[in-house]
Design a protein around this ligand. Structure first.
Ligand code: NDP
Length: 265
């Protein structure tokens, strides 16, 4: 991708990323921090979040020639928010909003990235409990977080609400029932919010469909595939930076893939 963002693209921005401990979310957290954002790292496995935190902190306190730099101020350091989206309630989401409000007073970006693949079974053999868990993590959790955090995005001069879809969010794939349906519904939710905010808000709402990417979710979905044939999460970062930064101010209510981004450049 030919988009070359300036080093300070996200300077001063506060960005919350769900599923920041692994895969695409991990790459997005590292990338956003590298381009100047203060990142709020949310995920369900604290050790993974701590490892991302350490990597960001090390980069912030080490100059390009390997010398140490002064420790960043507390407002620039990343924050870890362990959160199991399978269990999140409206009260949890509101509590998170209160703590972001008291620490930063606003939110400039919310990247809904975490998701659960769920079972790969024919519909008639699907466990209803597992189906509901996938809907909870992939649809209801982003709904609860968007609902609670939208007022803080509205406090930003240039807020971004970014959802993560998938190819199966517009064309269902057999045996990926709950995952497909959750992404369909998520596209609907994102476009509904975009429609409502179009003329009344500065918050820009879009979706990313990352396409086949070398992560553990992809390996679980397609175990026979050679991961080396897939792009890495890092290769997608220009698109994520574009949609989370000031250059995408005119984008709203759209689903972005690598292809749509390439055509735009
Ligand atoms: P990974 O499985 O590598 O990462 C998913 C992340 O979501 C992990 O950090 C995981 O946390 C987190 N997560 C899962 N369940 C929960 C939960 N209950 N509570 C909190 N966090 C949770 O997936 P990808 O990086 O591949 O996927 C990222 C996004 O991209 C997803 O929305 C996915 O649907 C989408 N996507 C991916 C594609 C691909 O080919 N990879 C293709 C199309 C879309 P933990 O590590 O702790 O388990």
């Amino acid at each position: 991708m030919d988009y070359v963002p300036p080093k300070n693209l996200l300077a001063g921005r506060i960005i919350l990323i769900t599923g920041a401990g692994d895969g695409i979310g991990r790459a997005a957290a590292l990338s956003c921090a590298r381009y100047g954002a203060t990142v709020i790292l949310s995920g369900r496995t604290t050790e993974k979040l701590e490892s991302v935190y350490d990597e960001i902190y090390h980069a912030m306190t080490t100059s390009d020639d390997g010398l140490s730099r002064p420790a960043p101020s507390s407002t620039m350091s990343p924050t870890i928010v362990p959160m199991d989206l399978a269990r999140i309630t409206q009260a949890d989401a509101q509590q998170l909003a209160r703590s972001i409000d008291s620490q930063y007073g606003r939110l400039d970006g919310l990247l809904h990235n975490a998701a659960l693949l769920g079972e790969r079974l024919p519909f008639e053999h699907t466990s209803i409990e597992r189906w509901q868990e996938v809907m909870q993590v992939n649809l209801h959790a982003p709904l609860l977080l968007s609902h609670a955090l939208l007022p803080l995005l509205e406090c930003s001069d240039d807020g971004r609400l970014l959802f993560t879809s998938a190819g199966v969010g517009s064309k269902p794939r057999a045996y990926l029932g709950a995952y497909s349906v959750s992404k369909y519904a998520l596209e609907g939710l994102a476009k509904l919010i975009a429609d409502e905010l179009e003329k009344t808000s500065k918050v820009r709402v879009n979706l990313i469909n990352p396409g086949s990417t070398r992560t553990s979710m992809r390996a679980t979905a397609f175990p026979a595939e050679d991961p080396q044939t897939l792009k890495t999460p890092e290769a997608l970062m220009p698109l994520y930076l574009y949609l989370l930064g000031p250059d995408s101010r005119q984008e709203h209510g759209r689903t972005f893939t690598e292809d749509t981004f390439r055509r735009l450049l």
